[in-house]
Design a binder for this molecule. Structure first.
Ligand code: NAI
Length: 328
């Protein structure tokens, strides 16, 4: 029998954790034949609630769940982990400036990066879901000099899935008819969902819709502001869909992209498409044997260029801010 894959989840007692842990434990990440061991990190005051979640995990009697460990010390919880899903983050409080938010999160992601650097398994792969996800991933990566930088990523798969779902609704197609979707830039309101390369049943989506006004004034804002719309409706931020996207992202990373398609992942830029090297930005990527590569050679038109540049500028500003704070 195979030895268990060790998966760390931070913020495990939070909303996303409450959905994510049960999906991982039931085999959604690596399949029914691969046992998983969960390593759950929380802050000290949340450990009691986390114990309750672990009681529920026990009560599911999942055949694939080989063990659960919880704690508040990243150097213990990350010991030997193969995947780290960094979900726990500091939300923006009332009156909090962007700089305060970045600083508070630096206080989380710098030590977690250092701990991963010290104790994680050699094949560690890190996905940051906690916001501001791209810059938190940059902070963790910069604090883990011994881990190859391509092992760090941030989640833009939820945006990707939202973009597919909205396009399916517009065209009457099934989500499975849609391929080659791309989210560019930052996981924020400036993100750019690109229909100029997306295909609906093999047909170019932008040509099929042929309505730039809808694209600019309905589609892009609907995808980019979907998180706010869910908060308005539900009274709480998206959790099950964020957990599902985190699973999709990690599963794609482990198992690869389907032949002839790609997904969106925020990864370290090598300068492709004019995105400054070193920024963690969303790109179209293919994955093979656990390694991603940025899809090359796509034509970027004027409409797309302006929007990619705006989102990437925001990422550059965030990087400058955390650099100014000494976090990277
Ligand atoms: P939540 O507030 O319900 O849970 C966050 C948990 O993280 C809390 O239990 C908290 O105690 C824990 N935590 C805080 N600091 C920690 C630390 N240093 N170590 C370990 N745990 C820590 O929030 P929720 O709804 O689960 O969301 C988590 C994060 O995911 C938020 O930052 C949210 O903005 C982000 N998010 C990202 C999405 C994306 O697409 N990238 C989509 C939706 C949410």
């Amino acid at each position: 029998s195979t030895s268990p894959v060790k998966v760390a989840v931070t913020g495990a007692a939070g909303q996303i954790g409450y959905s994510l842990l049960f999906r991982i434990a039931s085999g959604s990440l690596f399949g029914a034949d691969t046992p998983v061991e969960l390593r759950l990190l929380e802050i000290t005051p949340a450990l009691k609630a986390l114990e309750g979640v672990v009681m529920e995990l026990d009560d599911c009697a999942f055949p694939t769940l080989a063990g659960v460990e919880i704690g508040d010390d990243p150097t213990k919880i990350f010991d030997g982990v193969n995947f780290a899903l960094l979900v726990g983050a500091r939300p923006r409080g009332p009156g909090m400036e962007r700089g305060d938010l970045l600083e508070a999160n630096g206080g989380i992601f710098a030590p977690q990066g250092k701990a991963l650097n010290e104790v994680a398994a050699d094949d560690i792969r890190v996905t940051v879901t906690g916001n501001p996800a791209n810059t938190n991933a940059l902070i963790a990566m910069s604090n883990a000099p011994d881990i190859p930088s391509e092992r760090f990523s941030a989640l833009t798969r939820l945006d990707h899935n939202r973009a597919i779902s909205q396009l399916a609704a517009k065209t009457g197609a099934a989500v499975t008819d849609i391929t080659h979707m791309t989210i560019w830039g930052n996981h924020s309101a400036t993100q750019y969902p690109d229909l100029f390369h997306a295909l609906v049943k093999g047909q170019n989506a932008a040509e099929l819709i042929n309505d730039e006004d809808w694209l600019a004034n309905t589609y892009i804002p609907t995808v980019a502001k979907r998180g706010a719309a869910i908060i308005d409706a539900r009274g709480a931020s998206s959790a099950a869909s964020a957990a599902s996207a985190t699973i999709d992202h990690a599963r794609t990373w482990a198992q690869g992209t389907p032949e002839g398609d790609w997904v969106s992942m925020s990864v370290r830029s090598d300068g492709s498409y004019g995105v400054p090297e070193g920024l963690i930005s969303s790109f179209p990527v293919t994955v093979e044997n656990g390694d991603w590569s940025i899809v090359q050679g796509l034509d970027i038109n004027e409409f797309s260029r302006t929007r990619i540049d705006a989102s990437v500028k925001e990422l550059g500003d965030e990087r400058d801010a955390v650099k100014g704070l000494g976090l990277i």
